[in-house]
Design a binder for this molecule. Structure first.
Ligand code: NDP
Length: 231
């Protein structure tokens, strides 16, 4: 049977490419984004799919909108939840970190993915696949941090990684696989023009990794080639 997939930040970048590719597989996709009315590519795709792709308003930091999405999914087992929405925040140098921006980025990159996993855990537990993917970044790796800086982005993705490991342990008994997945360095608004992959290449590699994940992989921090990234 075709998979049911929920993707956040589905209106552009890596999230949109994942929706496009999964739509071609015949999957049922709940594509969530902040402003559906300002998501023309996603809306056109949804219109072509006879209801297999539906678009839902979701600012991931808004609990009422998370609850509304969970409500839409009440009777729907969710095979794969992809927490993709993310923000880089301001990349200010040492001495200039903006506290309010840091807190806001923490809400988007760290707190929201956990709250969305909590809201949808029963739906994922009811599915065949039982997979929760959190799109993190290698920049959240302390072992890989050779260049410093990016305090806000690095710390909020490192905190997301900690969330993933705890959720993986807590949801093991329910046979739910939870991973932290790096998408590669990708040419998007966030990744910039010099990234190593385009969004199609990233989404293709991600889908291949996701297809092979089992409960034995739960709690891993995974690179775009499928290998482990140092914490
Ligand atoms: P983009 O900047 O192209 O897209 C970011 C997406 O996140 C947009 O859909 C944006 O929505 C959404 N988003 C941001 N804040 C919120 C919010 N509060 N509520 C809902 N959606 C929100 O980035 P990418 O596609 O490159 O990034 C996707 C993921 O991949 C992110 O988690 C990012 O950290 C991660 N990543 C990206 C890398 C890269 O090289 N590109 C490298 C490593 C990780 P809106 O249009 O409304 O702003």
């Amino acid at each position: 049977m075709a998979e049911t997939i929920v993707i956040t930040g589905a209106n552009r970048g890596i999230g949109l490419a994942l929706v496009q590719q999964y739509a071609e597989t015949g999957a049922r996709i709940f594509a969530a984004c902040r402003h559906p009315e300002k998501a023309p590519e996603l809306s056109r795709l949804a219109a072509r799919t006879q209801g297999r792709v539906s678009v839902h308003p979701l600012d991931v930091t808004q609990p009422a909108q998370v609850a509304a999405l969970a409500g839409v999914l009440t009777d729907t087992p969710v095979d794969i939840l992809i927490n993709n929405a993310g923000s880089y925040g301001p990349a200010t140098p040492f001495g200039q970190t903006d506290e309010a921006a840091w807190v806001e980025t923490l809400r988007i990159n760290t707190i929201a993915p956990l709250k969305i996993m909590e809201a949808l855990v029963d739906r994922v537990a009811a599915s065949e696949r039982r997979l929760m993917v959190n799109i993190t970044s290698k920049m959240g790796s302390m072992g890989d941090n050779g260049s410093g800086g990016a305090y806000i982005y690095r710390s909020t993705k490192a905190a997301l990684n900690a969330v993933v490991v705890s959720a993986a342990r807590d949801l093991q008994a329910r046979k739910i696989t939870v991973v932290a997945q790096h998408p590669g360095w990708v040419r998007t608004d966030m990744g910039g023009p010099n990234g190593e992959l385009d969004t199609t290449e990233s989404a293709t590699a991600l889908r291949h990794i996701f297809a092979r994940l089992t409960l034995a992989d739960s709690g891993r921090f995974i690179d775009i080639d499928g290998s482990d990234i140092p914490w």
